[in-house]
Design a protein around this ligand. Structure first.
Ligand code: PLP
Length: 395
């Protein structure tokens, strides 16, 4: 049957508008493995665009665990967790995650995105209020939009603004303060000790999305709570299994009650099929690696310091970054995308990011170094940043 394409013709106008803003992108296609030097669109490039912080996407222990799980358990779980899709592997991973995060319990989701959407929307009722940092991740924002709870946004990392919102929130039944642990576009770290103190003073639940901190910050990569020595004082920690862990999925680490509530109320958990066994087994192997190979995290931080310093000494604006995520801020979307394209042509892949992901005048290429990069590769990438920056008059 012919498709009635004319009814979707208006989409061309929407796409034209995206093109006019300089934000239209074709997807870059990876040939082969997600590594420090990888092949995208047929070109070998130094890869500064993945979240594969520790190089675990190709770690032999994770590969082996995944292959063995396929052979033993097949390729799919066949159902949602609440019907027939809970496998012993899921529960094993959850016990490992709870022990790793020093929490009573953990529950896994299909992604970090669904963990946030599920947890925030399950926690909040119309009588509650969520108080959220203005730069929180889209998955937190979408979770909030799914609830009928009141919403207050505080200025990025501004504790006066947070306190003012808490002071105005005394009449709500429950208050929840939500923050990213590491902010994904700027690479800065939330002031968690002060947030925790304010939550304690105003009797608010403290909710931290640690997607970019797990595997990166804290003892063995336990995240921002460990980094700041705040064990037992943060109520809900979200993690992803898709970034430093190198696989796919997300989790909520919290109390046993929270876990039980999510099993009954978190819609992505209730209405979407659970992780396949290979994925879960590889995640368990990743926790083994975090616990036994701390040198990977040391290498990640050595590389981070080296590269960040290199960009700064070239004269680039790297914003407020404190982690392996280092933005190079260019400004408007068009020159940002051109900068990214020119880097790519010369063998460096650093994705350009523009509005609405970041403010209109804060377009940037976002760089992420990993433990798997060699300093030679990073030195080469810095040479390319220098050449392109001079060519375009940015530095
Ligand atoms: C802060 C933050 N939270 C959650 C997510 C979602 O994680 P996932 O990719 O596992 O869905 C991301 C990933 O982009 C993120 O940056």
């Amino acid at each position: 049957m012919a498709v009635a394409t004319h009814r979707l013709d208006y989409l061309s106008d929407v796409l034209d508008e995206i093109r006019q803003q300089g934000l239209y992108r074709d997807l870059r296609v990876l040939q082969g493995e997600q590594e420090a030097v990888a092949s995208f669109d047929g070109r070998e490039v130094i890869n500064l665009s993945s979240n594969n912080y520790l190089g675990l996407t190709t770690h032999p222990k994770l590969r082996r665990a995944a292959v063995e799980a396929v052979e033993k358990f097949g390729v799919g779980s066949g159902a949602v967790r609440t019907i027939a899709g809970t496998m012993a592997l899921h529960e094993e991973l959850e016990e490992r995650l709870a022990a790793f995060k020093h929490t009573e319990a953990a529950l896994t989701f299909q992604s970090g995105f669904t963990a946030n959407v599920g947890a925030i929307s399950a926690l909040l009722a119309p009588e509650d209020v969520v108080i959220s940092d203005e730069l929180n991740h889209a998955s937190l924002i979408d979770g909030m939009r799914l609830t009928k709870a009141a919403r207050k946004i505080y200025k990025h990392k501004d504790m006066d603004s947070l306190e003012a919102a808490l002071r105005e929130s005394g009449d709500f039944r429950h208050r929840i303060v939500a923050t990213d642990g590491v902010f994904s576009m700027d690479g800065d770290i939330a002031p968690l000790p002060q947030i925790v103190e304010l939550c304690e003073r105003y009797d608010a639940v403290c909710y931290v999305d640690d997607a970019h901190a797990s595997g990166v910050l804290g003892q063995n990569g336990r995240g921002t709570v460990s980094h700041f020595g705040l064990d037992g004082r943060v109520d809900v920690q979200i993690g992803t299994l898709s970034k430093a862990i190198g696989v796919m999925g997300g989790y909520v680490a919290s109390t046993r009650n929270m876990r039980n509530l999510l099993i009954h109320r978190a819609r992505p958990f209730l209405f979407s099929t659970s992780q396949p066994p290979a994925v879960t087994a590889a995640c368990i192997a990743a926790i083994d690696v975090l616990e036994t190979e701390p040198e990977l995290i040391e290498r990640l931080w050595d590389n981070t310091r080296y590269f960040k310093q290199g960009l700064e000494s070239l004269g680039y604006d790297t914003g407020t970054s404190e982690t392996p995520i280092t933005p190079v801020i260019i400004g408007e979307a068009k020159p940002t995308m051109e900068f990214s394209d020119r880097l790519f042509e010369r063998g460096v892949f650093a994705q350009g990011i523009g509005y609405p992901t970041v403010a209109r005048d804060r377009g940037r290429v976002r760089t992420i170094v990993t433990a798997a990069h060699t300093q030679d590769q990073l030195a080469r990438a810095l040479e390319v940043f220098e050449a392109v920056g001079r060519e375009m008059g940015i530095i």
